[in-house]
Design a protein around this ligand. Structure first.
Ligand SMILES: NC(=O)c1ccc[n+]([C@@H]2O[C@H](COP(=O)([O-])OP(=O)(O)OC[C@H]3O[C@@H](n4cnc5c(N)ncnc54)[C@H](OP(=O)(O)O)[C@@H]3O)[C@@H](O)[C@H]2O)c1
Length: 150
């Protein structure tokens, strides 16, 4: 039997990169996945690529109304979440001295505010367990030049 047979996963930032690869792997292992991202065109392409057992919900993780819509869709279609992968995020080079408010807000909205509310606002469905994980980065240990905000 596949390891994730019958499991429901939510993967934010699932329309490209690490999130999309994870979604493909989870479906291959038997899971049903909900993927998110801001770009509808990329979401449509990702759904095609994944092929089955997938629903796309367009939205920005830093926008609480978008998160509410995502979780309402999950509850309506599957009722619960077994695996939450808070993966949506972004990086942008900006050396100390050149950091703007816009740059700071972009990074913190996606990587901090978005991650926190993705985890906090997920529906409580009375299930005994679920797995939550998120993507981290080497800059949390070693800040390369220009990656301080990230
Ligand atoms: N690749 C690396 O070397 C590396 C290293 C360390 C950590 N990471 C982290 O790993 C995660 C995935 O990275 P990746 O390399 O796979 O990059 P990627 O291909 O650019 O994927 C980022 C995903 O996040 C989504 N996203 C970004 N901002 C968002 C927002 N505000 N709301 C909703 N979705 C948002 C993007 O979709 P939309 O643009 O359509 O919203 C996309 O699906 C990111 O959090 C990144 O910071 C990556």
């Amino acid at each position: 039997m596949n390891k994730l047979e019958g499991k429901v996963a939510v993967i934010t930032g699932g329309n490209s990169g690490i999130g999309l690869a994870t979604a493909q792997r989870f479906v291959a292992e038997g899971a049903y996945v909900f993927i998110t991202g801001r770009r509808q065109g990329e979401l449509d392409a990702a759904v095609k690529q994944i092929g089955k057992s997938v629903t796309a919900a367009q939205g920005d993780v830093s926008n609480l109304a978008d998160l509410d819509r995502l979780y309402a869709t999950v509850k309506q279609q599957k009722r619960h979440i077994d695996i939450l992968f808070a993966n949506a995020g972004t990086g942008e080079f900006s050396p100390l001295g050149a950091i703007t408010e816009e740059h700071f807000d972009k990074i913190f909205n996606a990587n901090v505010r978005g991650l926190l509310f993705t985890v906090q606002n997920q529906p409580r469905t009375g299930r005994k367990w679920s797995i939550w994980f998120w993507t981290a980065s080497v800059p949390s240990f070693f800040v390369g030049l220009g990656w301080a905000t990230y």
